[in-house]
Design a protein around this ligand. Structure first.
Ligand code: R5P
Length: 311
C-alpha cells in the first residue's frame, strides 16, 4: 500500500499531495536535539509498505538533506518495501560538473548518499540538468512543469502575442520545448563579456519588439539573471515581461529585487515553500505543483506510465 511521509521543508505541499491522493500523512516526528541533530520517529507500522518521502532540499539545504536521509534510514530499518525519495526541488543540482580544478561534483555526492541511505527511486521536477538523472543508479523520474505552465499561460496571457525567451544560452532546450507547446516564437538572451574587466553585454537573439515575453527558467535564486534579462528585453521594445520559473529559491534580497524590477509578473511553483515575503510580493504568483506530483506518485505506486503525463 502507498503511504506518504513528510520532512519539514514543505509540509503544506505534502498536505496538498495527500489531499490529491486522498490519503492521510504517516504519523511521524522529525525534530531536533538541543544541538540541532535531527531525530526521526515513525509512529505507525510501515512494514511492507510503498513509501514516498516528500522533502525538497531547499534552504537550509544541508538540514533538509539530512532530514531526508534520516527519514529514509528510519523507513528502511522499519522494513518498508520500497522507498521513493520525492525531492521536488533537488538542491546541489547546480554543482553538476567541475567548474575548475580541485572542485567537487556535489550533485553526484548527494545522489550517492541518498541512494546509500536506502532510497529505491527518486522523483523530482525540472532538474537543473537532465543528465543529473544519470548520477543516480536507481530509477529517477524527472517531471516537467511545462504542462502546468502552459495551462496558466493560456489562462492569463494573450498567447497570440507572446514570445518565449531563454534568459541564457544554457536554457534554450527548456525554452524551445515551451515555445513548441504554445506554438510561439523563441528568443534568447546572450550574455557576453567582450573583454575581461568590462561589464556584460546582453544581446537579444530574436525580435521581441511589441511582444509579451515569457522568460522560462528552472531556478530563480538571487533574481539577477531574471531582472537583467527583463531589462534587456524592455530596452529592445518588448511590451512586457512575465517569467515562469519552477523553483523559487529566492535567496537574500531577491524578492525586493524582483518587486522593483521591470518584470510584470514572476510565476513560480510551490516546489519550495514560499516565504511570507513571497506571498505578499505584488508581482509574484505561486501556482500549486501538488496535482502533478500527486498524479506521478499515484502512477508510480500503481506501476503505470509517468511519461504519458507529458505527451
Ligand atoms: C542557471 O543556470 C540557472 O538556470 C538559473 O538561471 C540561475 O540559477 C538563476 O540564478 P540567479 O537568480 O541567482 O541569477
Amino acid at each position: 500500500m502507498m503511504k506518504i511521509i513528510s520532512g519539514n521543508s514543505n509540509r503544506p505541499l505534502t498536505e496538498a499531495i495527500c489531499s490529491y491522493l486522498n490519503l492521510p500523512m504517516v504519523k511521524a516526528v522529525v525534530k531536533r536535539f538541543n544541538d540541532m541533530e535531527v531525530f526521526v520517529e515513525i509512529q505507525e507500522n510501515v512494514r511492507g509498505q510503498d513509501m514516498f518521502v516528500i522533502q525538497s532540499t531547499s534552504f537550509p539545504a544541508n538540514d533538509h538533506l539530512m532530514e531526508l536521509l534520516i527519514i529514509i534510514d528510519a523507513l528502511r530499518r522499519a522494513s518498508a518495501k520500497r522507498i521513493t525519495a520525492v525531492i521536488p526541488y533537488f538542491g546541489y543540482a547546480r554543482q553538476d560538473r567541475k567548474p575548475g580544478p580541485r572542485t567537487p561534483i556535489s550533485s553526484k555526492l548527494v545522489a550517492n548518499i541518498i541512494t546509500r541511505a536506502g532510497a529505491d527511486r527518486v522523483l523530482t521536477i525540472d532538474l537543473h540538468a537532465g543528465q543529473i538523472q544519470g548520477f543516480f543508479d536507481i530509477p529517477t523520474d524527472n517531471l516537467f512543469s511545462g504542462p502546468v505552465f502552459v495551462r496558466d499561460i493560456k489562462q492569463h496571457m494573450d498567447v497570440g502575442n507572446t514570445i518565449v525567451v531563454s534568459p541564457d544560452v544554457g536554457g534554450v532546450v527548456r525554452a524551445r520545448a515551451l515555445a513548441k507547446r504554445l506554438d510561439a516564437p523563441l528568443a534568447i538572451v546572450d550574455k557576453r563579456r567582450e573583454r575581461a574587466g568590462e561589464s556584460e553585454v546582453m544581446n537579444i537573439i530574436g525580435d521581441v519588439a511589441g511582444k509579451s515575453c515569457i522568460l522560462i527558467d528552472d531556478i530563480v535564486d538571487s533574481g539577477g539573471t531574471l531582472c537583467n534579462a527583463a531589462e534587456a528585453l524592455i530596452a529592445k521594445g518588448a511590451k512586457d515581461v512575465t517569467a515562469y520559473i519552477t523553483h523559487g529559491v529566492l535567496s537574500g534580497g531577491a524578492v525586493s529585487r524582483i518587486t522593483s524590477s521591470k518584470l510584470k509578473n514572476l510565476v513560480i511553483t510551490d516546489s519550495i515553500q514560499p516565504t511570507e515575503a513571497v506571498r505578499v510580493a505584488k508581482n509574484i504568483r505561486v501556482i500549486p505543483i501538488a496535482p502533478l506530483l500527486g498524479e506521478a506518485i499515484g502512477r508510480t505506486s500503481r506501476e503505470e506510465s509517468v511519461s504519458s503525463l507529458f505527451e
